[in-house]
Design a protein around this ligand. Structure first.
Ligand code: AMP
Length: 620
């Protein structure tokens, strides 16, 4: 009787593909299972396509089943009457196929089983697939008492700060003139001053919101040095945000100020901060780090705040601006020499914190300036890490131009029972000191329009042109320079020192125009910008308001020109609302565009609600 085990057994089957081919017997690898004796066999049927009984054995057993010179397998074939074929599949399993009728096959299989069992008995071994499945002892379930852990964390944190003296926050004595004002008078004043509204965000019983002050004297009666410093700056009276924020901060409350740059918000938090710093129980020279931190989203804004800070030179406080792109070594030197006030962008500050260069434990007065911008720029993770090292008893001030969910979340996380002051309406404060013109135009005509407009400027005018992309900024700047205008671009691809130089030159009048991306739209405080030109419409109308707010500052008149293309149609309705609130002319074409967009949106929404058949989607 012929057995073809010999040649086949020499076919060494390699990788998985080959193995699959070798198992071309109608059942998948998953369908295989082990029988009670440890044999591997098809789960459902024992017969392959050719009617063979097929199963697998450990490859190590093949030699024993075949026997020396094929003696054993010949014997099995003779005894059972079946024909046997063994295929080496891989180093672990080999396939046995038994051909013949049912009883021949069963006999042959029985004989093979016997050989293997005897061998194993003799050797006292269990081949891999016969091994008893290892029963892993079930690991005991670990119970973690999260509540207790959290409580313990609170205790640990409290202990961490317990050794420090308390943070003093209350320095306000309401001036007599302020106390005498009636609630009606206060309400009237708020209405007339940018429609200021206040809210107490404490849960439960509400506190009395301090009345606004109307003069510097009323705010800082007890601090003549502060009054002297402001008078030196030549300011006449507090701006609305200052008038309302100072009494709140000086009473020790956390504050959220919804106000834009240009409203005087920087001084609104800086002056109470000076007083706070000066009156802490630990004298300045004994503190092991700064007392005040102002976190700012951009380098430009940080530098501006520092400039404002150093203008007042209050009691010789030393401040430093710490920002990415600036000279790290110099910044480290100043920090290690000792500073009172740190104005920083989150990235660089976190870098210094991680490297143990700056000690944040000593901070008691913290400002998150332009929080919405901070979130837009993705600084939330750094802010989180920075706040871990700051005393929870601190006083915290937050400013933001808008009040979206993200900013609310930040406020909930880092401020304690704050009061809130809105300057202007809650959504978007319309800019009323700027004449806003909207030009409906084709994309391809924009460049010519801009160049024509630039020709109409007087030599004393100052222009910021806003574009959407850095390359466009550079390209337009080249065009302007070729026409002999003093122009430069301002965007994130330029080195920090270049950006600072451009801004300085623009401020001083060496440059008449800059072409900027939205990097420069907020926080840019150049008093005498006469025109803002929106070459590309911004991503959203909030940005539009910020851009337009770069002109018409500190009581001056300004003008904005906005090019509006068909592609911008989704902003039409919101832009109309802003123009209307600021009593500006609204072009008819813009109104038509807003209507068309509304129609388009409704149609889309309808199509979405309808089934594909109704909308004709599948059938046309
Ligand atoms: P800010 O909103 O902080 O960017 O301030 C805008 C500009 O207003 C800054 O240049 C301030 O120096 C200026 N400023 C701040 N307070 C007053 C005030 N009470 N009166 C006039 N100008 C002010």
């Amino acid at each position: 009787m012929e057995s073809d085990w010999e040649p086949v057994s020499r076919q060494r089957m390699g990788g998985w593909e080959k193995k699959r081919n070798a198992r071309n017997d109608g059942w998948s690898s998953e369908a295989r299972s082990y029988d009670a004796g440890g044999w591997k066999r098809p789960a459902n049927q024992g017969f392959g396509r050719e009617g063979a009984l097929s199963f697998q054995i450990d490859t190590k057993m093949v030699g024993f089943v075949i026997g020396r010179g094929g003696s054993k397998i010949k014997e099995i074939q003779e005894k059972s009457g079946a024909r046997i074929k063994i295929t080496n599949e891989d180093y672990q399993f080999s396939e046995v196929k038994i051909f013949g009728n049912h009883s021949q096959q069963q006999n042959a299989k029985h004989l093979i089983d016997e050989i293997i069992e005897n061998y194993q008995k003799e050797q006292g071994v269990y081949l891999p697939f016969q091994a008893e499945p290892e029963i892993k002892e079930k690991e005991p379930e670990i119970f973690i008492d999260w509540i207790a852990l959290r409580e313990q964390a609170k205790i640990d944190i409290a202990q961490k700060w317990a050794a420090l003296p308390p943070v003093l926050k209350t320095f306000y004595v309401e001036a007599k003139a302020v106390s005498l004002r009636t609630d009606e008078e206060v309400a009237q004043w708020r209405k007339e001053n940018n429609d200021i509204t206040c809210e107490d965000l404490i849960e439960g019983g509400k506190r009395v919101i301090p009345k606004p002050v109307q003069t510097f004297q009323e705010a800082f009666e007890a601090f003549p040095d502060v009054i002297a410093a402001i008078e030196d700056a030549g300011f006449e009276k507090p701006t609305p945000i200052q008038a309302q924020a100072w009494p709140i901060i000086l009473q020790g409350y956390d504050l959220i100020g919804i106000a834009q740059t240009g409203t005087g918000k920087t001084l609104a938090f800086l002056l109470p901060g000076f007083i706070h710093l000066d009156n802490q129980p630990i004298p300045r020279h004994e503190r092991k780090g700064p007392g005040m931190l102002v976190l700012s989203p951009t380098r430009e804004l940080a530098l501006q705040i520092q400039e404002e800070c150093s203008k007042y030179r209050y009691k010789g406080f030393k401040s430093i601006c710490v920002y990415g792109g600036g000279n790290r070594k110099e910044q480290i030197n100043v920090v290690t020499e000792g500073v009172d006030i740190v104005i920083a962008t989150p990235g660089r500050l976190h870098d210094l914190q991680m490297n143990g260069i700056i000690n944040l434990n000593s901070l008691t007065y913290v400002v998150l300036d332009e929080a919405d911008r901070m979130l837009d720029l993705g600084f939330e993770p750094q802010i989180l890490k920075i706040f871990i090292d700051i005393r929870p008893q601190r006083q915290t001030i937050m400013t933001s131009a808008t009040w979206p969910d993200g900013v609310r979340r930040l406020a909930e996380k880092y401020l304690k029972d704050p009061m809130m002051v809105y300057v202007g309406s809650l959504d978007l404060a319309a800019v009323t000191s700027v004449k806003q013109t909207v030009i409906m135009i084709e994309e391809k005509e924009k460049r010519a329009f801009l160049l024509k407009f630039v020709e109409s400027l007087k030599p004393t005018d100052k222009l910021i042109t806003f574009v959407s992309r850095k390359v466009i900024a550079d390209d337009i700047t080249s065009d302007l320079c070729l026409r002999y205008y003093y122009a430069d671009s301002l965007h994130g691809d330029k080195e920090q020192c270049d950006r600072e130089q451009t801004l300085d030159q623009f401020r001083s009048g060496k440059l008449q125009m800059i072409v900027a991306t939205d990097l420069a739209s907020r926080g840019l405080d150049v008093h005498d910008v006469t025109h803002v030109f929106n070459y590309d419409f911004p991503r959203n109308v909030e940005e539009y308001v910020h851009r337009v707010g770069r002109t018409g500052r500190a009581g001056r008149e300004g003008e904005s020109i906005t090019l509006f293309c068909r592609n911008d149609w989704k902003h039409a309705a919101e832009l109309i609302a802003i123009l209307a609130r600021a009593n500006q002319e609204v072009p008819d074409e813009l109104v038509q565009m807003a209507k068309r967009y509304e129609g388009f949106k409704n149609k889309k929404a309808m199509e979405k609600r309808m089934t594909p058949r109704q909308s004709g989607g599948y059938w046309n």
